[in-house]
Design a protein. Structure first.
Length: 321
């Protein structure tokens, strides 16, 4: 850990107790600093961005970079995961929004935080949750990483079609078999049947082929359009994605500027993947984890960090905040 960063484990009390980590500039005593709440993406990774041996340390690294710039940050384990209370299968989208609001309020009330200079930073699913949190508990700025003005329903549809297109365009025997056996057509019908079953259910948890699924979370996401909240955002907004992101479509990023009423910057970082790191080669849309594993030891993309640091300096730390 950098000598410029002091970490503090905290417990945040809302509907359930959430475990989090504050990073505070090491030389801070009684003065107040600007602050950033980090809202993570989907999945069961911990507050640092690690899961099941895939130690990306994505959110930990972002937190430390920001604190070295003079910001207090808060990152947390999602409800029902790791050290936070609750049931990960029964939580819904709006439970996660409420948890985000609770965490932002906690951050604003910290003695080392300037409540008028707090920023929400959302990554992946966090780009959907972040604007909804902002509408309930306004922040001085909004940073959206690898996502934008698109619902999870539309992103899932895009991911499905992208994966099936890759399958159907394969060459050789494998491609011939995929087309001959009509794999794509069958998969589309299966996906449609699953979506209908999901939306016709009111259960918080469903079992599909013996596997538990967070049906409430999926259903609430499928019914929510983040654009409805983005039109109410008036604070400065920064949107960043990478040209090698195969998990969120670039068009969702470009739409944000059309909706947000505040000053908006959009950046597409060349060769940056969904985990905010550089990748010069090809990336398999069917198995991006193969690339992510090779990126674990890489630092965060320098161009991304430079854009974020400059924007924060101008819009939050400066006189315009």
């Amino acid at each position: 850990m950098s000598t410029k960063v002091r970490e503090e484990a905290v417990s945040i009390t809302g509907e359930y107790k959430l475990a989090g980590t504050l990073t505070i500039p090491a030389d801070t005593k009684d003065e107040q600093c600007p602050a950033v709440l980090i809202i993570p993406g989907t999945g069961e990774s911990d507050r640092d961005g690690n899961k099941g041996g895939l130690d990306m340390n994505l959110y930990r690294d972002i937190a430390h970079v920001l604190t070295e710039q003079g910001f207090v940050t808060l990152r947390f384990d999602k409800r029902g995961t790791h050290q936070s209370e609750g049931d990960k299968y029964k939580r819904g989208l709006w439970d996660m929004v409420d948890d985000g609001v609770t965490c932002l309020q906690f951050l604003k009330q910290h003695p080392n935080v300037d409540a008028a200079k707090t920023v929400i930073l959302g990554h992946s699913e966090g780009t959907i949750i972040g604007p909804a949190v902002h509408v309930k508990e306004p922040a001085a700025g909004l940073i959206l990483l690898n996502g934008g003005a698109m619902s999870l329903k539309d992103i899932v549809a895009w991911q499905r079609e992208n994966a099936l297109r890759i399958l159907e365009e394969q060459k050789g025997l494998k491609g011939w078999l995929v087309r001959t056996l009509r794999v794509g057509e069958k998969a589309r019908k299966k996906n449609e049947a699953f979506d209908q079953k999901l939306m016709n259910s009111s259960a918080a948890v469903m079992k599909i082929m013996g596997k538990k699924l967070p049906a409430k979370w999926m259903r609430e996401h499928f019914l929510y359009d983040v654009s409805a909240d983005l039109v109410h955002v008036t604070c400065p907004t920064l949107v960043i994605t990478g040209s090698k992101d195969v998990q969120a479509p670039i068009e969702s990023v470009n739409r944000v500027a059309e909706l947000v009423k505040g000053d908006t910057e959009t950046h597409i970082i060349e060769n940056m993947t969904h985990i905010l790191k550089q990748w010069e080669g090809e990336i398999d849309g069917l198995n991006p984890l193969k690339v992510y594993r090779q990126q674990l030891s890489q630092p965060l993309d320098e161009a991304f960090l430079r854009v974020m640091e400059n924007w924060l300096e101008q819009h939050v730390k400066g006189e315009t905040a």
